[in-house]
Design a protein around this ligand. Structure first.
Ligand code: IVH
Length: 680
């Protein structure tokens, strides 16, 4: 509803723009189906801002430009919830869930199936939003359920919360309840920024969401990537609502709220249980954290008959997933030395079950991380294992620190070879200066050399490499080619058959490609794709070894850091000797014919590959394009020249079409490659 009076003579474009913007918000948040690009949306907002600057009297509080408050608050005021905000009873097993269903049936005196709305239990902060005549008038936290805090200024900054309801048919008074949370990607980006600025990190997305809502200055809240998902209604007056919970969610969606799209209705408790498992399996892939599934009796009439006990409804239950955070004790810290000499502190923990597995180690990353956490040996710590991410220590419980807690001493000498540990200014990582003198670095270098994507010596696994180095049978890369059948057969868990297999694998590995050989050397910052770029650009090992830093930086995706490490690698005599020894042992490859860089036919063009390619692997297609001088990017932007789309291409193709880019199929790509003399 507009508050403009009839006598105000403002350009109608202002109200039209607001409606248009609100419509696109609705498409974007409620329907998850935007009709315009972000850039077009920004242009509409920009135009509205201009007009409102010109006609300040036309500004209304529900204008989409008015999300961020100008003046910070001095304190939050208290809100008394008209209807208390309840919590949920928990289930931790199928038995608990079946018992809940039984209680529901018993209380209703029925034996028929009960229909349940199944929703994700979002791990964020519960909020209440009050709308009067369709306008957002108050946002509040749950607080203790009876008294919350007024966070209206802050909730207004969250774009998935409508300032004015969309559609029609909403009650005159409508309190919407839901969860405000921070999606994982936004959380990671926020913490990365904080880490770069040496600021305190947030422990998890929920804490980050809570901290963001607790800001007195709504400009800070506005800068945080928060979302709100509506999951129920509270106080309602002057209107009616659908008869089922799922119906209410559907209505909330038409009024402009984001409702969770995984939500489903289960015919009975068994279907509900299947839903729990199905979501459990994809929990890690979801864009946000959840800690369980909430089941709600779908019929509102049945909900009413069931009523409440103390602080929770009898008609709903939260079936929890295994916790992703647990506390345990830091028993000790050990220091591991990696392939590049990086000395990494590893926490030895009292084993704890978290995120579905037992965790007894966690990385502490580097010295800065130890300082940031302020951690000591003996401390009680909080471990987080979300998804497949390696377990992290996110917090120290300082109140539980024992009196005999010990400080962590970062070693000044390598724990493996005793060479001095060095820290380069501006780098968080400390490194053992021993190079290949250090057995730890040697082991890692050989493991890397033999690995599948490098020389691919099948059977020469990590354990075997460690034994061979420990016994002094291998001390440099080429030594692996001098191993004898007797030496190999004498190793633990080896027989003559396995020894023979390894000898064959070693022999086969000698014929490799230039790209794989460059990658296998383990030059710092030179991963598989950079190695491939070097091979395609220089064509021969000699040309790469002779290149100076400027020449190296001509290679696609190579900047000063990579160029520095490559040049430094070839300056060292020991590395040149190691390469010569490998070639003497018979390692060989075919050189690649390269044209002079100016003559590269696709120079200056950027390609993106998406969907499935059938004749070529993605890596090969990329290698051919790079060899012709093209750049191959991972994402589509206005800078992309061609998108090669195979079957199953999704969002990248859609974006290419939206940007009006040239799209070709695999057949056309093959033609193009052949035209330029590539054999495909
Ligand atoms: S319903 C009377 N639905 O879980 C029912 N709660 O203890 C009250 N939560 O703090 C809540 N997702 O913030 C409901 N889909 C969902 C939810 C959800 C997360 C949170 C809620 C509350 C806690 C319940």
């Amino acid at each position: 509803m507009s508050t403009l009076s009839l006598f105000d003579n403002f350009p109608p474009e202002i109200e039209q723009l607001r409606q248009e913007i609100n419509h696109h918000n609705y498409r974007y948040y409620a329907l998850d189906d935007p009709q315009i690009t972000d850039a077009d949306y920004d242009r509409l907002m920009q135009r509205l801002r201009e007009l409102e600057t010109q006609y300040p009297a036309a500004i209304t509080p529900d204008s989409p430009t008015q999300r961020v408050g100008a003046t910070p608050l001095s304190a939050f005021t208290t809100v008394v919830h008209e209807l208390p905000m309840l919590s949920l009873d928990n289930a931790f097993s199928d038995e608990d869930l079946l018992a809940f269903n039984q209680r529901v049936q018993d209380r209703l005196k029925i034996t028929d199936d009960v229909e349940y709305a199944c929703e994700l239990k979002l791990d964020g902060i519960a909020v209440s939003l009050l709308y009067r005549d369709g306008l957002l008038v108050r946002g509040a936290t749950r607080g203790d359920g009876t008294n919350g805090e007024d966070i209206t200024q802050n909730v207004r900054t969250i774009k998935s919360i409508p300032l004015r309801l969309a559609g029609t048919g909403y009650p005159a008074v409508l309190e919407v309840r839901g969860e405000i949370y921070m999606p994982k990607a936004g959380f990671n980006a926020l913490n990365e920024k904080a880490r770069a600025a040496d600021e305190k990190l947030f422990v998890n997305p929920r804490n980050a969401a809570a901290g963001s809502l607790r800001q007195l200055d709504s400009r800070i809240t506005a800068s945080r990537p928060l979302e709100m998902c509506a999951y129920s209604v509270g106080w309602v007056d002057g209107g009616t609502l659908p008869e089922t919970h799922s119906g209410i969610l559907a209505a909330l969606k038409t009024w402009g709220f984001l409702t969770n799209r995984e939500t489903q209705v289960a015919k009975n408790i068994h279907e509900a249980m299947a839903f729990y498992r199905q979501i459990g399996e994809k929990r890690n892939e979801l864009a946000y954290d959840i800690d369980g599934i909430v089941f709600k009796v779908n019929s509102r009439q049945l909900q009413e008959s069931l009523g409440f006990i103390s602080r929770a409804p009898r008609w709903a239950i939260a079936y929890k997933f295994p916790a992703q955070e647990e506390s345990t004790i830091l028993l000790d810290v050990e220091f591991q030395v990696g392939r590049t000499g990086a000395v990494t502190p590893v926490a030895r923990l009292q084993p704890v079950f978290v995120g579905g597995v037992t965790v007894s180690n966690a990385t502490l990353h580097n010295r800065d991380e130890i300082n940031r956490l302020g951690i000591k040996i003996g401390d009680t710590v909080i471990i987080r294992r979300a998804g497949d991410v390696i377990p992290q220590i996110v917090q120290v419980v300082e109140t539980k620190r024992p009196t005999d807690a010990r400080a962590i001493a970062f070693p000044e000498h390598c724990p493996v070879c005793n060479s001095p540990v060095e820290t380069v200014a501006d780098e968080a990582v400390a490194r053992c200066s021993g190079g290949l003198v250090c057995a730890a670095q040697r082991k890692e270098a050989i493991k890397h050399f033999a690995s599948r994507k490098a020389m691919n010596v099948e059977g020469l696994g990590d354990k075997l490499v460690e034994q061979l180095v420990d016994l002094g049978l291998v001390s440099n890369l080429a030594d692996i080619y001098a191993l004898t059948r007797e030496q190999l057969a004498a190793m633990e868990r080896m027989g003559e058959k396995s020894a023979d297999n390894i000898l064959t694998a070693l022999e086969n590995s000698k014929k490799t490609s230039l790209a794989k050989f460059i990658y296998a050397l383990g030059i710092r910052e030179v991963g598989e794709s950079t190695a491939r770029n070097f091979a395609n650009y220089f064509g021969s090992f000699e040309a790469l070894a002779a290149a100076d830093q400027d020449a190296l930086q001509q290679v696609p995706d190579v900047g000063p850091v990579v160029a520095h490490f490559v040049a430094e690698f070839f300056v060292q005599e020991s590395n040149r000797v190691a390469v010569a020894a490998l070639r003497n042992a018979g390692v060989h490859w075919d050189n690649i014919e390269v044209a002079a860089p100016e003559a590269l036919p696709l120079k200056g063009l950027t390609y993106v590959l998406t969907g499935t390619l059938e004749a070529l692997s993605r890596d090969d297609a990329k290698a051919h394009l790079l060899a012709l001088g093209a750049k191959v990017a991972g994402s589509v932007s206005a800078k992309t020249d061609y998108v090669v789309a195979g079957p199953g291409a999704g969002s990248k193709l859609a974006k290419a079409e939206e940007l009006g880019l040239k799209v070709i199929d695999e057949a056309r790509l093959l033609e193009l490659l052949r035209e330029h003399g590539r054999q495909v």
